[in-house]
Write a new protein. Structure first.
Length: 280
């Protein structure tokens, strides 16, 4: 197993570690503070505050948990970044394969049209067959690389979705603890890592879009839409597109494995704004 092949396993282990270590401690804090049904629809904060010394102990535990979560988030992000060169491999090698297939098709079609050469002259048909054989050899070497990279990316994307679900669950529980502590005038709360904050914001935006998708239909005259394309039997990639009134795509983002497509909508809106573009 190569280093890249280990990434999904390492991500899954890190996610499971956070699940096993942080959530029980957060639930324990909820029990101590009197928060009922934490993380559920029926969650209820107590109408009293613990003594200051007990609140200080809870704050210390809470900040230690956030430090651990932030550290884990940085490790997870470093592992996720390794998928970027793999995406490059897939893009480049796919282009090579498509080019080879096109050349091969043209070559096969042209061979029967080549006139028979005079006796003693080089046979251009044979030369093309040799070239075709060389192209097929390159194709045989290239295709497995694409398949391997696609399988690795697919596995990483699936695991990232699993880990993000765990991170969002932990953030949600911490938010409930923070709400209680702030209500008791406790400050000095350690902040979440910026990537965790961004993940939370993306999730909130995605939920808002799901509840009211029409709010993102039109922007500066463009019709914005998220398009899904299958990457493997179990994993999809998405991109945001901006169309004119005739349905012609004028702008689009690169394909992404993001689980929160709203970030792609924001990306294409930024392109529109930064270039002062209009659909008409």
């Amino acid at each position: 197993m190569t280093g890249q092949d280990k990434i999904p396993l390492l991500l899954a282990e890190k996610g499971q570690e956070l699940l096993n270590q942080l959530i029980p401690k957060i639930v324990d804090i909820a029990t101590q503070t009197g928060i009922q049904n934490i993380g559920e629809l029926k969650e209820k904060l107590p109408d009293f505050c613990l003594p200051p010394d007990e609140l200080k102990k809870i704050l210390t535990i809470r900040n230690a948990l956030v430090d651990k979560l932030n550290s884990a988030s940085q490790t997870i992000n470093q592992l996720k970044k390794i998928v970027d060169p793999l995406n490059t491999v897939v893009t480049v090698t796919s282009t090579v394969v498509n080019t080879i297939n096109t050349v091969s098709t043209i070559t096969k079609a042209s061979i029967p049209l080549i006139p028979t050469p005079p006796p003693g002259s080089p046979d251009p048909g044979k030369a093309l067959l040799v070239s075709l054989d060389s192209l097929n050899k390159v194709l045989a070497k290239t295709t497995p690389k694409i398949t391997k990279a696609q399988n690795t990316i697919s596995s990483i994307a699936t695991t990232v979705t699993f880990v993000n679900t765990i991170l969002l669950k932990i953030i949600g529980l911490l938010n409930s603890i923070d709400k209680y502590l702030k209500g008791c005038n406790v400050d000095a709360l350690t902040s979440l890592d910026s990537s965790l904050t961004q993940l939370e914001q993306e999730q909130a935006a995605a939920e808002a879009q799901a509840q009211n998708p029409s709010t993102l239909t039109n922007y500066q005259g463009f019709i914005l839409e998220v398009i899904t394309e299958p990457f493997s039997p179990t994993v999809n990639r998405v991109k945001a597109v901006a169309k004119n009134a005739q349905g012609i795509i004028l702008l689009q983002t690169p394909l992404s494995f993001t689980t929160t497509p709203q970030v792609l909508i924001e990306e294409i809106k930024l392109i529109i704004d930064s270039n002062n573009l209009k659909a008409n």
